[in-house]
Structure formats: structure tokens, C-alpha cells
Write a protein that binds this ligand. Structure first.
Ligand code: PMP
Length: 391
């Protein structure tokens, strides 16, 4: 029976990690995998997480089952950080814990599908798993151009599709720090998108996986907050895996906003039944650690300080790249105004291969780099190598 399965291509980034590990050159640079790195190239556990985990070990007296909604106090404790203190829409929103942002995206799209959505508009390029999840669910992905050639967002493309959409359509938008381009909508563009969404039958799904890694916690949530304040229903897929450094602990949340309490109850009960059928309940540990941080003022301050350090470091790397101007045929200036961990360089697959083979620089074949892989010790080498292969 199992021989009937069709071969699947292996995850390209995971293959890149293996190649990088096998490379014995001392000056090799990893710009592939999407995790934050310090100036020393490490991805440490946050000290606020370590402190919360210590408390968790001491205080937790049971590991009995929770429900499919997981640790609801965790989902509630995050809400003021995502949506702001006491937003006008707060009574219309409920949250639940999910296995990472991936679980939240999956659940949001599952709810959309159960509500009758058949087509989902997705900016191109996007995080590759978006299209993979849609394909797996049998939902049609309709692509629109996310960015313009000058390195800014193509807001008109999204406004046009929203204006023409029907009631069986959804649109999936990155809240901030767009993966893979780093190109976000400006506040004015979000204002226009929110107004268009309010006039359209389309369902909006907002994917917020990098809050705090772009311009700041409130700044990065501008679009989400604006849309939520303007439309009557929305789904928000949230990840704590980057902004709490919890990657492998799989910490995420789904927030649902519905037009009235009856519809919100219906949405929650459908989300619970989908979660039950998919993973029964989310893993507890990481979300419990996040909750302990958010319930404690001093730990919350520590966490926000750690996040600020990460954000500032990535901003410095971007500023240095932008200040370099051009590297061979690559204009690095737009990276200075883009946000978060990722940027797309206009390099061919051959040039990516030459960066790897000739210079020990590892990046995705698409041209995506993780700017957190760069630091004082390797940034000049990177710019020179880029000039070498594209010049
Ligand atoms: N959405 C986007 C845009 C992402 O880049 C990612 C992570 N790469 C996720 C969702 C999922 O994050 P998690 O690791 O929490 O599942």
C-alpha cells in the first residue's frame, strides 16, 4: 500500500543546515535557517524564559490534560501585548493556544474552510509553508504580487483583490516582518487595507509571527490593531517562537474576532473541534513559561529588554548593509527600510551556489537571507563575496 505514495521533495532549508554543518571551512556563514543569532552567532534561551522555566519546575503540580484550547490564561495574557491595552474590540475576541504559529495558521484556514472559503489569496513570495498548508487542505491559493521592484510593498495589488473578492474568499496577510522579503505595509497602507476589508465580504487572516522584531511591539502590531478595529470579523495566527526564542517548544495562539457573541461561540466551538481532530491539545511547557513571564512585571520587563536587544542588533546589521550601498549588481539600500529577520536578494540560483562553494556562505536558493546571521566579524566578508559573485 505505502508504495503508492509519491516522493516529496525534502525541505530545502533543512538540507542546507546539514550542508552547513558538514562544511569544515572556518569562516563559513549561515544565512539560511530562520532563527535569531547574537553577534557571536548563538541562539540562546532567553534569560526570562530560563527564570520562568525554573519557576514552572518548582510550582507545577500536575501534567494532567488540558483541553484543545490549551492554556487559555496564556492566550489572554498575550492579548494586551498584541492588541494594546483595552482596545474597543476586546469583548469580540477570544484566543486559544496552538502548536506554534504553524498550528494557528492551520486552524485559521480550517475555520475559513468550514465557513465556506474555497480560495485564499496569498502574496508572492510568502513563507513556503503557507502554500503547502493550503495545498494539503485542498484550498485554492490565488497569488498576488507582494512587492514592487523598488523594494516596497505592492499595496494596490491587495486593495484590488479585496475590492473584487466574493464571500467564499479569504486573504492571508503577514502582520509584520514579512517572510521572506522584510517588506511591510506602511501605516497608511494598512489604513487603506483595513477600510477596503470593511467594505468586502472577504475573510482576513493575519499572520503575526515576528512581533517585536521589526520596529517595536506596538509598531509591529499596527496593521493587526487597525484591521481589528475596522472590520467585524478576523482571524489572527500568532507565534511566540521567535519573540520568546522558543522555536522547538512550539508556542502559538489563534485569536478569533466575530461580529457578535453567538458567532464568536460558534467559531470557538469549531476551532476546538478542529484542534481536537488535528492534535488533540497543544504542548504545554513553552506556553506555560510565557504565561509566567507575562504574569510577572519584572520578568515581562526582562523579556521586553531581551527582545529590544535582538531588534536593535538586526537593525544595526540592516543599517550597515544599507550603508554599503551596492555589492556588485545588488542594491543593498532597500534593506535599511525593510523589517525583521529576512531580506530577499536579487541573486540567481547559480550565484547562491557560488556563494556557498567559493565563499562558504549558505542561504536559501530563493535569495532569502537571515540578516541575524551577519555580525561585525563577517559582514564585510559577506558584502565582498556578494560583489564577487554578482559583479
Ligand atoms: N508564519 C510565518 C510568516 C513564519 O515565518 C513562521 C515561521 N517560520 C510561522 C508562521 C510559523 O511559526 P512557528 O515556528 O511558530 O510555527
Amino acid at each position: 500500500m505505502l508504495e503508492r505514495l509519491k516522493p516529496q521533495s525534502p525541505d530545502a532549508l533543512l538540507a542546507l543546515i546539514k550542508m552547513y554543518a558538514a562544511d569544515e571551512r572556518s569562516g563559513k556563514i549561515d544565512l539560511g535557517v530562520g532563527v535569531y543569532r547574537t553577534g557571536q552567532g548563538a541562539t540562546p534561551v532567553f534569560s526570562s524564559i530560563k527564570a520562568a522555566e525554573k519557576r514552572l519546575v518548582e510550582q507545577q503540580d500536575s501534567k494532567s490534560y488540558l483541553g484543545p484550547e490549551g492554556d487559555v490564561a496564556f492566550a489572554h495574557a498575550l492579548m494586551p501585548h498584541i492588541f494594546g491595552e483595552e482596545p474597543e474590540f476586546v469583548g469580540k475576541v477570544e484566543g486559544m493556544q496552538t502548536p506554534g504559529g504553524t498550528g494557528a495558521v492551520r486552524l485559521a484556514l480550517g475555520l475559513a474552510q468550514k465557513a465556506g472559503v474555497t480560495k485564499v489569496h496569498l502574496g508572492s513570495p510568502s513563507w513556503p509553508n503557507h502554500a503547502q498548508i493550503l495545498a494539503d487542505m485542498g484550498l485554492e491559493a490565488v497569488m498576488f504580487d507582494h512587492a514592487l521592484d523598488d523594494g516596497t510593498a505592492n499595496a494596490q495589488a491587495v486593495l484590488d483583490l479585496i475590492g473584487n473578492a466574493g464571500a467564499d474568499e479569504a486573504v492571508l496577510l503577514h502582520g509584520c516582518c514579512h517572510n521572506p522579503t522584510g517588506i511591510d505595509y506602511s501605516p497608511e497602507e494598512w489604513d487603506a487595507i483595513a477600510a477596503a476589508l470593511a467594505d468586502s465580504p472577504i475573510l482576513v487572516v493575519l499572520d503575526l509571527a515576528y512581533q517585536g522584531l521589526g520596529d517595536g511591539m506596538a509598531e509591529d502590531a499596527y496593521g493587526v490593531r487597525k484591521v481589528m478595529a475596522t472590520v467585524s470579523e478576523a482571524l489572527v495566527a500568532y507565534s511566540c517562537d521567535k519573540n520568546f526564542g522558543l522555536y522547538r517548544d512550539r508556542v502559538g495562539a489563534l485569536y478569533m474576532m466575530a461580529r457578535d457573541s453567538e458567532t464568536l461561540g460558534l467559531t470557538i466551538s469549531n476551532a476546538n473541534s478542529l484542534a481536537r481532530a488535528n492534535w488533540s491539545m497543544p504542548p504545554d511547557h513553552g506556553a506555560a513559561a510565557v504565561r509566567l513571564i507575562l504574569e510577572d512585571e519584572a520578568l515581562t520587563r526582562d523579556w521586553l529588554d531581551e527582545l529590544t536587544t535582538m531588534r536593535k542588533r538586526m537593525r544595526q546589521v540592516r543599517d550597515r548593509l544599507a550603508a554599503a550601498g551596492t555589492a556588485g549588481a545588488v542594491d543593498l539600500a532597500p534593506l535599511g527600510t525593510q523589517n525583521g529577520m529576512f531580506a530577499m536578494l536579487p541573486v540567481s540560483k547559480d550565484q547562491v551556489a557560488r556563494l556557498r562553494e567559493d565563499h562558504g556562505i549558505y542561504m536559501a536558493a530563493s535569495g532569502r537571507i537571515n540578516v541575524a546571521g551577519l555580525h561585525d566579524g563577517n559582514i564585510e566578508k559577506f558584502v565582498a563575496a556578494l560583489a564577487d559573485v554578482t559583479g
